[in-house]
Ligand binder design. Structure first.
Ligand SMILES: [Zn+2]
Ligand SMILES: [Zn+2]
Length: 419
């Protein structure tokens, strides 16, 4: 079998093409479930390289598998969507998903040209997944109403469609905002659920007969207090975040408000905390309403699950990082308040998402820029490729998902219940 150095040299050889491709994908910024040009660029390359693929998966996703028809199955997962520009016009890859797309294609090309999978019992599937950013609900909900999608995110739909059913482990990478290091490993991503509580009461003249009304703002205020006390009951490491806002309240100053809407995200670093906190918040909302003779209707929208990383795969990734940088240039287990639908995947299969630096400007802002092209496009791709090499050539490095179908059913039930 080809040596690891030789395999990694395939990335080095293509360096200029990779930089050009990175720039091209960076300029091709499209919002979730609108990534038609991005998708076309991906399939044009796959056609050129003679790789078969499935396209239009969850509307704009692409899945390409190379290697053996059966055997150990690694997924390389890359987001392809962008964000609206803050300035209000146009779109920009301000989360760096174009880098992930470029990296996945570089890894695919190296595996293909080196023919390394032919000497193993393995296959690697490349998932170019749409709509990771949890935005643009009006458009996505319309697609759901039209029956074109079931859920609001790319991976959620791809999971429901069965795309990951026979995958053994999932590898991904995401740009990070760190400037002093090269990589991060084992990062958390919070899970979240969006809650909307509608308090319904009775209007009345606030001067002449307030006692005839049922004041919904009182109910919401009471619940706000209760919710802030809930936060105190969870260990800070669980990452519980509750920051309710009132999105509708009152009306005229002389009328007792008969409708108040409170909205909050419930965020947490692990699933149990997320579900427990959701129950506690629901109880607080319902009982505060009841105490004041109000109704409370709670509407839930499923967000993303917390990311739980495979520590076994992360060990391999770290060894691969240390080929290119010093130990102090790798941050381990940082806590991130951000969320991603890779968290959903990690509920079902052993999953990792390592971080790479090389960005200037702010994430989700118009000044986002890829400044260290070498680290983003070349070194990070080599870390991914090296990790795949270690898994295909040594069975001891392989991890497998357990009870996938049971977990998938539980997962889809959870999503469907809260949608
Ligand atoms: Zn983002
Ligand atoms: Zn992102």
């Amino acid at each position: 079998m080809i040596g690891k150095e030789d395999l990694l040299s395939y990335i080095e050889k293509e360096k200029q093409e990779i930089f050009n491709r990175g720039e091209e994908f960076f300029q091709c910024a499209e919002l979730g479930f609108c990534e038609v040009h991005t998708s076309k660029k991906i399939t044009d390359l796959l056609d050129e390289w003679g790789v078969s693929y499935l396209k239009d998966v969850a509307l704009t996703g692409v899945v390409a598998t190379i290697g053996k028809k059966e055997g150990y199955h690694i997924a390389v997962v890359a987001d392809i969507d962008a964000l609206p520009r803050k300035s209000g016009t146009g779109r920009i890859h301000s989360c760096g998903h174009s880098i992930q797309t470029t990296m996945a294609l570089s890894v695919l090309k190296a595996l293909l040209d080196s023919n390394v999978l032919e000497q193993t019992d393995c296959r690697v599937s490349f998932f170019f997944t749409p709509a990771e950013e949890f935005i643009d609900f009006e458009y996505r909900d319309r697609l759901i109403d039209q029956g074109k999608l079931e859920f609001r995110s790319g991976k959620q739909n791809m999971i429901a469609l069965g795309c990951f059913d026979d995958v053994d482990c999932a590898l991904s990478a995401h740009a990070n905002g760190d400037v002093d290091t090269k990589f991060d490993i084992g990062s958390t991503l919070a899970g979240f659920m969006a809650k909307k509580a509608v308090f319904v009461g009775k209007a009345a003249h606030s001067g002449a007969a307030p006692h005839l009304g049922r004041n919904t703002l009182h109910g919401a205020t009471l619940a706000m207090n209760g919710i802030s006390f809930i936060k105190d009951q969870f260990d800070p490491v669980k990452g519980l975040r509750l920051n309710p806002v009132l999105t509708e309240c009152g009306g005229s100053v002389n009328v007792i408000p008969d409708c108040t809407v409170l909205e909050t995200y419930v965020r947490a670093n692990d699933n149990e905390t997320l579900l427990e906190a959701c129950e506690r918040v629901d109880a607080c909302l319902e009982h505060c309403a009841m105490a004041l003779g109000l109704q409370c209707v709670i509407l839930n929208s499923a967000g993303y699950l917390p990311l739980k990383q495979s520590s076994q795969v992360n060990k391999i990734i770290k060894e691969n990082m240390l080929r290119f940088c010093r130990a102090e240039e790798v941050i381990e287990n940082p806590v991130s308040g951000a969320s991603g639908d890779v968290g959903d995947l990690s509920f079902l299969i052993p999953t990792v998402q390592f971080g790479f630096s090389g960005i200037t400007g702010r994430f989700h802002d118009d000044n986002f820029e890829v400044s260290d092209k070498e680290n983003c496009y070349i070194v990070a791709a080599k870390v991914m490729l090296g990790t795949i090499y270690d898994m295909i050539q040594d069975k001891g490095n392989r991890v497998y998902s357990k009870n996938f179908m049971e977990k998938k059913e539980e997962y889809l039930n959870l999503l469907r219940k809260n949608d």
